[in-house]
Design a protein around this ligand. Sequence first.
Ligand code: ADP
Ligand code: MG
Length: 356
Amino acid sequence: MSEPKIRVAVVFGGRSTEHAISCVSAASVLANVDTERFDVLPVGITPEGAWVLAPGASTLAIEGGALPSVTAGTEVVLSGPRFVELREAGASGVLDDVDVVIPMLHGAYGEDGTIQGLLEMSGIPYVGSGVLASAVSMDKAFTKRILAAEGLPVGEYELLTRNDRTLSQEQRDRLGLPVFVKPCRAGSSHGISKVTDWAELDDAIAFARSVDPKVLVEAAVAGREVECGVLEFPDGRVEASLPAEVQTDSDWYDFEAKYLDESLELHIPAKLDDAVLEKVRALAVHAFKAVDGEGLARVDFFVTDDGDVLVNELNTMPGCTPSSAYPKMWAVTGIDFKTLVSTLIDTALARGSGLR
Ligand SMILES: Nc1ncnc2c1ncn2[C@@H]1O[C@H](COP(=O)(O)OP(=O)(O)O)[C@@H](O)[C@H]1O
Ligand SMILES: [Mg+2]
């Protein structure tokens, strides 16, 4: 008799601004699960927060510039002694017992420790970082504080909490122009603007605040954008992929450049000196460990012309769309998408749940 298959729920969509990208990421993960070993249950979360048994992968791609979304489906209720049990609404039996969850959610209510907490409460193993690492990495200000405290290089910034109206003259002088104004807890460049004249600052703050009341204002770093994949193996080893350089025709890497622009190019490995590539890889693993990361992350950097390397941010559930850097970097490093997904699941199962 063959081994029973491991049941994997892939959860996607969700309440954040990155709903659509999460759907596309989930579609590529669903297409790359090893069906010899795993049975998959796709579970969508609508933008309003309802859980539904979602349609298959075919309807989850970006088509002709239109973004996908979880809309209808059989409603799922979360209930039971373990809290997370998936039942069809109105039915009495448990729909499916799940061995492990892939929370393929980006942004708030997903990548930020919230679903990780729900799964911890339920004792269900899941792919990726736990509550603390997810929450810290989602918050760009806390990320910088922790990385700086660990001696990692980060850029200059000022934080505006919800009661701070704008930057003082002293803060403006310290940062200098241009600056990037961004929501503290978002992704896919939502709510971000580049400000080249202080007269534009308050509008940029208001725009960022439409996504998150906490806003970060960063000194612009002149440099190349380099990303590096981090992967944890079931035996606890943590490795960095070959880094990628992102190049676009646009001035900076905004939403269109990321997902809709044909001019986007990824160079893997990034065309940098070997010493700089190795520095990026070492810093990626260091940053991952500094926030107590688990499973996977993509660590993003700026590399200046002098070869200085600054950590921009950590993404604990990086995009896995067909154009995403994370799976591509691993493919060039020698781990294809299917092996990558199996590794993520095996690492989650090896770790189990609870304090570790
Ligand atoms: N301090 C900065 N200096 C230069 N470019 C920046 C800076 N901050 C953000 N950017 C540009 O904006 C993009 C998105 O910013 P990022 O902080 O990575 O937010 P997100 O989480 O939305 O990806 C970056 O990839 C880069 O192109
Ligand atoms: Mg980014």
